[in-house]
Each structure stands twice: as structure tokens, then as C-alpha cells.
Design a protein around this ligand. Structure first.
Ligand code: ADP
Length: 449
């Protein structure tokens, strides 16, 4: 949808509301609902938000320790600058359109360096300076539950019942029973300009996957964010809950967000070399070697919460090791589409709770380092890659935070202040978890301690 299209639809009375949104650290849409008349008259140029939006947690608290903002600094404003190339209808809401914003400094109008969209744009620009375009796809896995979000919250998040009674991996009959939610998700997103490929049942009761066609990295992150938002809203409209928690039950498989990555130049896939046994170009090998070498450094951006690390369990298709393999779903990195135009590397470490801008920015930084350092790729792992001793993915949020904090690469790519900002975000989660008393402790010790 162009700005001219929007103006015409506003004049015709077809659109009355414009959602003006930024993406926060958690990958959520935050912003304001504008009257469309005011948006097309003036607000399309810029609007403002409190700068705590990029220094908060899932609860919208104002934790101390962020250099960018604080009570002392008075929690000032950021500029939200609509990126009019992201304008689109929101077909699942009446008379509504949406635009995503870049977050700018209130005084200098420069991008805020720790804003997720700015971080991805900066790495895409580095890659473009090397002559390459990043084409990416993120898979969205999530669970649908019988009850609505509001019922579940009022019930204290207990007795969670998935929408289906059995593992529905690729299951057509079971997913037919969920079409009242999944069909509008596919169709509304398609009509919002998002190139939906398919949805499918996943390998657990109530678990779903949405696949979107690969695109330029920034578009892919935008598509992911809008789709995740739409899934929650459309499930809510139908009286169900959709959850992107990485692991909602220790007895069930977790949800992931695999990231498919390939580099292109002038519309041609430069990861492909038809003369190589696996069809991998030297450039691809160096990129993948960079992803492997620096995986611990950026694991935080693939697994940002305490809960994220509960997903990394042997025998669940979730990876535990920094290993690459050919079409093997138990490795952290899997070669897909070998020898064809679709050749790509799939990172399987990330959880459904990742922020796609941060995940892709961090992996591009690692891949670029692999290219710049001319890293050599070791042969692919074979067999059950859960076995072995080496190359473990950080096992806790604390370990991932320490790896990020000590990462010269992440500091060089994003800047010290940005790395410290996200290390503080991780620390906030760790501090909060240390402070609260969990259900598990009570059940374990109430009677028996
Ligand atoms: P899986 O079997 O892991 O679920 P899918 O086949 O469902 O994988 O997902 C494949 C994803 O990879 C799709 O989103 C598709 O658009 C994307 N893809 C295909 N070719 C490329 C490519 N060259 N670069 C990046 N992503 C790609």
C-alpha cells in the first residue's frame, strides 16, 4: 500500500485508523492508534514515544541500570519516524492500516543504536558494502490453546489445555479442526502483503507453524513481527490463546524460530557453487564458519529469557550443540537445498521468543566476520549430534549473557553501549527470576522440605 493509496482509502471512508508502531527489545509492536485523517494530514511525518520503551521488560517495568534512560535522566522522548514503505492494510481489524517506524533520537534525529530495527539495518548496510544482499526466512512456531488469553490469565496460567489432543505434525485432519483460526491467519496476512507459504501442524499437541517466503532481511523481520502480532490477535478474536513462549511445559516439545539464511548478488545466489560436492560456495563456507565460531557470542539474541534455555533438550529436535550438518534436524545448523538455487543455512538454535531483528543482526555480524576472516568450515557432523563433548550452546541465560559481554565481535559490530544495554536486559531477567518464588519451589518443598 502506497501513501497515495492510503490517502485515497481514507478519503473514501474505507480506512479510519492507522496503527503507528515501533518494535521493542522483546520484538513486540508498541505505538499509537491514529485517526487516519490526522495521520495523512501530519502524523505521517513523525510522532513520539517515551524512551523507556527500549529499556523495559515484558512487564513494562522501568528497571535501573540502563545508560540510555533512567528516572535521573527523566525518561524523555524518542521520535517514531514512519517508514512509509511498510504501510499495509490490517484486514483482520475493521478500517485499519499499519505502519512501522524507525526510532530516532529526539534531538539529533539519528537512529537510536539499540533499537532492533536500526541494529538490523546497520548489519544489512555492512553486507551491502561488501556487495551482498541477505535473503532470510524465519519460521514461526507457537501453541494454540483451548481457552482465551484472558481466561488463562485469570486462572493463573494453570491447567493449560492445547487446542488439540495429540501430536499434529503434518496432520491434515487435526489441522482442519483448527482452520477457524489458521485460515484467517493465512488469508489476512496474505492480504496485508505478507508472502505466506503455508501453515502446518507441528510435532506436539496444539503446536502450529507458519512459513513465510524468504525476503530481504529487514522485510523478513517486519513480516515476522507483524505475523506474530496477527497470530495473537486472530487467535484472541476466535476465543483462543496463541503463545510464543519457548517452553510452556517441561513434558512437551518447545517452540522454535528457525532462521534460513542465504546471500545473493545481483539477484543470483552466491552461496551456490555447482562444482562443490554439496554445492556450497567458498563464500558460504566462510559465512557458515563465522556462524559456528561466534554462536555462543550471539546465543542471547536467539534465546533472550530464562525460559528460552529450557527448550535446549536432547531428543526434542531442539539443538544443544554448535555443529553443522547436511539435512539433519538435530544439529544447530542444517544445510538445506544443497546444490540448488535454494541453497541456504538454517540456524535451529533460536526459540519462538526471539526478536527477529536482533537475531538476524547478530547472525549477519557473525557471518560477515566469517567472510572477512576467511574462516575454513570443518566437515559436517554425521549421526546423532546430541552425542559428543564439544561446542555446547550456552546452557543458561547467565552463560549467554557472559558470552555476549565478553564478545569482541559483538562489541565491534554493535558498539559497546549496545552490548551493555542488552547485557543489562538479560541481567534484569536473571535478577527478577532470582527474586520471585516459583510454583515449582512451593510444590517441591511446601510439605517435604
Ligand atoms: P523446514 O523443513 O525446516 O520446516 P521449510 O521448508 O518449512 O523448512 O521452510 C523453508 C523456509 O526457507 C521457507 O520460509 C522458505 O521461503 C525459505 N527459503 C527457501 N529458499 C531460501 C533461500 N535461498 N534463502 C533463505 N530462505 C529460503
Amino acid at each position: 500500500m502506497t501513501f497515495e493509496d492510503l490517502k485515497a482509502q481514507v478519503a473514501a471512508g474505507e480506512i479510519d485508523t492507522v496503527l503507528v508502531c515501533m518494535v521493542d527489545m522483546q520484538g513486540r509492536l508498541m505505538g499509537k492508534r491514529f485517526h487516519a485523517g490526522h495521520f495523512v494530514a501530519s502524523a505521517w511525518q513523525e510522532t513520539h514515544c517515551c524512551n523507556y520503551l527500549l529499556a523495559t521488560d515484558l512487564e513494562m517495568l522501568t528497571p535501573e541500570g540502563f545508560e540510555s534512560t533512567s528516572w535521573e535522566k527523566g525518561y524523555g522522548d524518542y521520535v517514531m519516524k514512519p517508514d512509509l514503505t511498510t504501510l499495509r492494510p490490517v484486514p483482520w481489524l475493521d478500517g485499519t492500516a499499519m505502519v512501522l517506524c524507525d526510532v530516532l533520537d529526539h534531538h539529533t534525529h539519528e537512529p537510536v543504536p539499540h533499537s532492533p530495527r536500526a541494529m538490523l539495518k546497520a548489519q544489512v548496510a555492512r553486507l551491502e558494502a561488501l556487495g551482498f544482499d541477505a535473503m532470510m526466512a524465519t519460521e514461526l512456531e507457537f501453541f494454540l490453546f483451548e481457552k482465551s488469553l484472558d481466561e488463562i490469565r485469570k486462572g493463573g496460567f494453570r491447567d493449560l489445555t492445547p487446542i488439540s489432543g495429540y501430536n499434529e505434525d503434518y496432520h491434515i485432519f487435526q489441522t482442519t479442526k483448527e482452520e477457524h483460526v489458521m485460515r484467517p491467519i493465512r488469508n489476512h496476512l496474505w492480504n496485508a502483503g505478507i508472502p505466506i507459504e503455508n501453515t502446518k501442524g507441528e510435532a506436539e499437541a496444539g503446536q502450529e507453524e507458519l512459513n513465510i517466503k524468504y525476503a530481504a532481511a529487514l522485510d523478513t523481520a517486519d513480516y515476522h513481527t507483524i505475523s506474530k502480532h496477527a497470530i495473537k490477535e486472530i487467535a484472541w478474536q476466535n476465543g483462543h490463546a496463541a503463545s510464543f513462549l519457548a517452553k510452556w511445559n517441561e513434558g512437551r516439545v518447545g517452540s522454535s524460530s528457525h532462521v534460513h539464511q542465504s546471500l545473493w548478488k545481483d539477484g543470483k545466489p552466491v552461496f551456490l557453487d555447482e562444482n562443490d560436492p554439496l554445492g556450497m560456495s567458498a563464500l558460504m563456507k566462510s559465512y557458515v564458519a563465522g556462524l559456528l565460531k561466534y554462536a555462543p557470542d550471539y546465543t542471547y539474541f536467539l534465546a533472550p529469557y530464562i525460559n528460552s534455555y529450557k527448550r535446549f533438550m536432547k531428543g526434542t529436535f531442539a539443538p544443544t550443540r554448535v555443529i553443522w550438518s547436511v539435512d539433519n534436524r538435530t544439529a544447530g545448523f542444517r544445510l538445506c537445498g544443497e546444490g540448488s538455487k535454494a541453497i541456504r543455512i538454517e540456524c535451529r538454535i533460536g526459540g519462538s521468543d526471539l526478536n527477529p531483528y536482533l537475531a538476524m543482526a547478530a547472525m549477519l555480524a557473525a557471518g560477515i566476520a566469517g567472510i572477512e576472516e576467511g574462516l575454513e568450515l570443518q566437515p559436517p557432523a554425521k549421526g546423532d549430534v546430541y552425542q559428543g563433548e564439544t561446542g555446547l550452546i550456552p546452557g543458561t541465560l547467565g552463560d549467554a549473557r557472559a558470552a555476549l559481554r565478553g564478545s569482541a565481535l559483538m562489541r565491534a559490530a554493535f558498539g559497546d553501549k549496545v552490548v551493555e544495554h542488552y547485557c543489562r536486559a538479560a541481567e534484569v531477567e536473571i535478577e527478577e527470576f532470582a527474586r520471585v518464588v516459583t510454583d515449582w519451589e512451593i510444590a517441591r518443598g511446601f510439605e517435604r522440605a
